[in-house]
Design a protein around this ligand. Structure first.
Ligand code: SAM
Ligand code: DTB
Ligand code: SF4
Length: 333
């Protein structure tokens, strides 16, 4: 069988996948999806911003950058007990992963990090997977998070290296890649993707997928966000991404990274149920659920559960739950 997990993708190959007749592309992505995943399971993450706003970076898309005047509720580090309570509620609603976000350029070794580590330990005790997205990490900070039980670290490369400077000037593409390297060294799983709809070309989108697919080890999770244009940010006037472009992007990511969880991330409120269903067909198998992303709205949890029912989809159990189920079945053999 030809090797489908490749790390030598080039632009012509990515273009030839992306530009296939639409239904042919979706069929090929759906076929790949079925080979590596249970197509009726979707992984659900609940997002929580544990420290909101006041960030010193200049990411043009982000409502949490201190230099833009946006209408968000800025707050310092939340109390770990309250965060674990929120995780309990998310678990009861069906989420298997809790993702904690902080508006930091990079992690600092201080009391706030200690609080995050306490949250991580508390959420692990609920048998949920913990994901963190806290900005850049050194090798030793990555190790600290891993030791506390962080399962996945989200750190998006956002776009192509060529377009990166048009969106962010306060850090470089290689800073981002360096953190992804530190995450790998500390044996956390990698969650990395990007945003479409910031004014980049189709080739920029494909180059981003190539960078991710050609990493030494492909990311376990690839979020595809559509820009949520927030008033006050430099990208507030960006127009809506065509659905066809989102669908082609999801399908191409699925074909280039067959084993990854492809996450249909920010921007779902603008998509109909049938459009989202098409994305699940084309290989998306993960979402952020709950009525808020970090600072912007997301579909209501119950509406998502109705959508799952309509399509015959179910929530994926967490890695802890899978391990427990396996131990129980081994014990009864
Ligand atoms: N500060 C950390 C960092 O930048 O890595 C973690 C939080 S940051 C908000 C996480 C990701 O959210 C960004 O990398 C970006 O891909 C995504 N994001 C932020 N604002 C967005 C927006 N308006 N629309 C879509 N995605 C957005
Ligand atoms: C990701 O790729 N998307 C999420 C998560 N990782 C942290 C964040 C989306 C943020 C959308 C804008 C907001 O709500 O502030
Ligand atoms: Fe800060 Fe992250 Fe927002 Fe950039 S994306 S401004 S680093 S919170």
């Amino acid at each position: 069988m030809k090797n489908e997990i490749r790390s030598d993708w080039n632009l012509e190959e990515a273009q030839s996948i992306y530009n296939k007749p639409l239904l042919e592309l979706v069929y090929e992505a759906a076929t790949m999806h079925r080979k590596y995943h249970n197509p009726s399971e979707v992984q659900i993450s609940s997002l929580l911003s544990v420290k909101t706003g006041g960030c010193k970076e200049d990411c043009s898309y982000c409502p949490q950058a201190a230099r833009y005047h946006t209408d968000i509720k800025v707050h310092g580090m939340l109390n770990p007990v309250d965060v674990v309570d929120k995780a309990k509620q998310a678990k009861a609603a069906g989420a298997n992963r809790m993702c904690l976000g902080a508006a930091w350029r990079e992690v600092r070794d201080n009391r706030d990090l200690d609080k995050v580590l306490e949250m991580v330990r508390g959420i692990n005790e609920l048998d949920m997977e913990v994901c963190c997205t806290l900005g850049m990490l050194t090798e030793s900070q990555a190790q600290k998070l891993s030791d506390a039980g962080v399962y996945a670290y989200n750190h998006n490369i956002d776009t192509s290296e060529d377009f990166y400077g048009d969106v962010i000037s306060t850090r470089t593409y290689s800073d981002r890649l360096n953190t992804l390297d530190n995450v790998r060294k500390a044996k956390m799983t990698v969650c990395s993707g990007g945003i479409i709809g910031m004014g980049e070309s189709t080739d920029d989108r494909l180059k981003m997928l190539i960078t991710l697919a050609n990493l030494d080890q492909q990311p376990e999770s690839v979020p595809i966000n559509t820009l949520v244009p927030v008033p006050g940010t430099p990208l507030e006037e960006q127009g809506q991404v065509e659905f066809e472009d989102l669908l082609r992007m999801i399908a191409t990511a699925r074909i280039m990274m067959p084993k990854a969880a492809v996450r249909l991330s920010a921007g779902r409120l603008e998509r109909s149920r049938l459009e989202q269903g098409f994305c699940f067909m084309a290989g998306a198998n993960s979402i952020f659920a709950g009525d808020k992303l970090l600072t912007t709205p997301n579909p209501e949890f119950n509406a998502d559960m109705d959508m799952f029912k309509f399509f015959g989809l179910t929530a994926m159990p967490s890695i802890h739950e899978k391990q427990k189920a396996q131990q129980t079945s081994e014990a009864t053999v």
